[in-house]
Ligand binder design. Structure first.
Ligand SMILES: Nc1nc2c(c(=O)[nH]1)N[C@H]1C(S)=C(S)[C@@H](COP(=O)(O)O)O[C@H]1N2
Ligand SMILES: [Mo]
Length: 257
């Protein structure tokens, strides 16, 4: 970003108009009552904000800052609502960045979950080993940013249990996920340790079907759907924000409680 210089008023209006939806979203997230002028954004950022590129950079930096503030405010004891079995949505919707018939076809008998980063035990895990860990069940609502939500039942290992088992540095900032379909995502550590965050093996009373994430997904009922990676191939603990498939295209990284 270049040093601050007086911004031409007409140019400012154009730049502001171009970015109106982003700025409005940012204002809602920042709980600002007053409206942000391009001048105020320029002052906050020390950036001249003349071109769309630098506006993007500023909005991006402010959004990531907002994520950090939300993380600090996050209440680790606040639970997402749970539901009864009769409230389960049937059929349950599918969503991915590709159509349902393209969901990866993974062989569970040779599957290995890779573990890396700030953990003391980097051995991989097969499905029998994951099933031998303590399991818990939840009936919660998955909320997709595209405008639908659905109630489902998932069963698997409380993610905190798994992180403890691999000797993860629980004071690290992020947990990242790489998926078999090249999807990826990441969570703040407080959310990773949240009691309802689950390393999921079963949907309903059977192993996850291919479309819902076989053989392993992360169920995070305190976050939007896109922060619930399916078909997980690798998990890593890090202090560098790993971003995500949608997060890196402008969806708010925190996207949850
Ligand atoms: N690997 C992978 N995980 C993913 C996605 C994806 O495309 N690939 N899409 C995400 C999105 S946007 C949503 S809403 C949920 C949908 O999960 P479902 O198919 O079980 O309803 O999966 C999330 N996890
Ligand atoms: Mo989604």
């Amino acid at each position: 970003m270049s040093a601050s210089k007086p911004t031409d008023a007409r140019q400012s209006r154009i730049v502001l108009a171009d970015h109106r939806p982003q700025i409005e979203r940012l204002q809602r997230r920042l709980f600002l009552r007053s409206s942000l002028s391009i001048g105020a954004l320029a002052m906050l950022s020390g950036c001249n904000m003349q071109d769309g590129d630098s506006v993007d950079k500023v909005l991006w930096a402010m959004s990531r800052w907002n994520d950090r503030v939300q993380g600090w405010l996050f209440d680790r004891n606040k639970l997402a609502p749970t539901y009864s079995a009769r409230e389960i949505t049937n059929p349950f919707p599918f969503n991915a960045f590709y159509p349902e018939f393209d969901a990866p076809d993974i062989d569970g008998s040779t599957y290995q979950l890779e573990v890396s980063g700030l953990v003391s035990d980097k051995r991989s895990w097969n499905l029998d080993q994951l099933r031998a860990l303590p399991q818990a069940s939840q009936i919660t609502r998955l909320i997709c940013i595209e405008g639908w939500s659905a109630i489902g039942q998932w069963r698997g290992v409380p993610f905190r249990t798994f992180l403890e088992r691999i000797g993860a540095d629980l004071s690290a900032r992020y947990v990242g996920f790489k998926c078999a379909d090249r999807y990826y995502s990441s969570l703040d550590m407080a959310t990773a340790l949240h009691p309802q965050t689950q390393l999921t093996l079963d949907f309903g009373n059977a192993p996850l079907p291919a479309k819902y994430g076989y053989p392993l997904k992360l169920r995070v009922p305190t976050k939007l759907g896109f922060k619930n990676p399916k078909h997980i191939a690798a998990i890593f603990v890090t202090n560098t924000n790993p971003g995500g498939y949608w997060e890196d295209q402008g969806y708010n990284w925190f996207s949850g409680l």
